[in-house]
Design a protein around this ligand. Structure first.
Ligand SMILES: [Zn+2]
Ligand SMILES: [Zn+2]
Ligand SMILES: [Zn+2]
Length: 319
């Protein structure tokens, strides 16, 4: 992600900043059609209807109106279905992750506002909501409990899943969306997908049942980005797509901050993967310098890299 600056005083601000810490200008943000970000003064642009409730700093589209005459929803909050009593400490991290992922889709050239348009439903299993995490025809359903740090820690220690975050969940589910949008209806891309990931017509439920009955022997590492990716071609693609989004963000952010050189050939996914390896080594060392867990806890085999690159080729690649 590029570096952002206050429109009033030029101070460094961030993707989620509600106001400038130096001059106290209240900020709004918009994603431009090319994936660039425009930061403006709330007093000039107006803000999202959910600015206070959901701590959303995006602004509505120009000319967006509501039937009650109140403020309009921004393009991100507009596609959210969340219970009125959702715990803000769980919902807000998910919505922040959702905005970041939506920015990225635009930056990567994936259209998400036309049919099959993207929508997000948030439920909490611990609050009795039926939350089956998944994707269906553009609708992504997520379990708010996944934003609970205690639960994340428990899953990390029992299941050994090193990386489990709201952003990770959203990027995975977006992989299913990208597949539906760019692969399912295109015979040429479907052929290329099957050549790399296998035949997705294999019984999905049976594959998942088999997956949950086996133990992780590490054999997946030569070919896949994760154990779960080896369960079925759809999950393989979604897990690989999540890595595309990790890599795109880590490399573009690292380059913006001068931590790494930007990819030498910006249209070549292999260059992005190579740059990500350098960026992740630096990021992991910085995390260790503070006694924290690795930021990027993945080691990518050549087979996994091949899948990530194939996944990236599926979209009209835009660096
Ligand atoms: Zn300022
Ligand atoms: Zn909003
Ligand atoms: Zn999945």
């Amino acid at each position: 992600m590029e570096r952002l600056h206050c429109p009033t005083c030029g101070n460094e601000v961030f993707f989620d900043s509600m106001r400038c810490v130096r001059c106290e200008t209240s900020l709004t943000l918009r994603v431009l059609p090319d994936g660039g970000l425009d930061v403006a003064d709330l007093a000039v642009t107006g803000g999202c209807r959910k600015r206070d409730d959901w701590r959303c700093n995006w602004r509505p589209d120009d000319g967006a109106v509501t039937t009650d005459g109140g403020p309009a929803w921004c393009p991100s909050c507009l596609i959210v279905d969340a219970p009125d009593d959702a715990r803000p400490t769980l919902l807000i991290p998910f919505l922040s992750a959702q905005r970041r992922a939506l920015w990225q889709l635009t930056a990567l050239g994936v259209e998400w506002r036309t049919e099959p348009a993207l929508r997000f439903t948030y439920r909490s299993r611990s609050a009795g909501g039926a939350a089956v995490i998944g994707h269906l025809g553009g609708l992504i359903t997520l379990d708010l409990d996944e934003a609970d740090p205690a639960r994340g820690e428990q899953i990390r220690s029992t299941l050994g899943e090193q990386y489990r975050t709201p952003l990770g969940h959203i990027r995975h589910e977006l992989g299913h969306y990208v597949w539906l949008r760019h692969v399912a209806g295109d015979p040429q891309r479907l052929g290329a997908f099957r050549a790399t990931f296998g035949d997705e017509t294999a019984d999905y439920q049976a594959a998942l049942d088999r997956h949950y009955a086996r133990t992780d022997d590490g054999a997946w590492r030569d070919e896949h980005v994760s154990f779960y990716a080896s369960a079925h071609p759809w999950e393989d693609f979604a897990e690989s797509w999540a890595q595309v989004m990790h890599i795109h963000d880590v490399v573009s952010t690292g380059a913006a901050w001068g931590v790494i050189e930007p990819p030498a050939a910006p249209f070549d996914p292999a260059e992005w993967v190579s740059a990500a390896v350098t960026a992740s080594l630096a990021a992991n060392e910085l995390a260790r310098a503070m006694g924290m867990r690795d930021l990027y806890p993945f080691a990518l085999s050549s087979g996994a890299r091949r899948r990530i690159e194939a996944c990236w080729q599926v979209v009209h690649f835009r660096p």
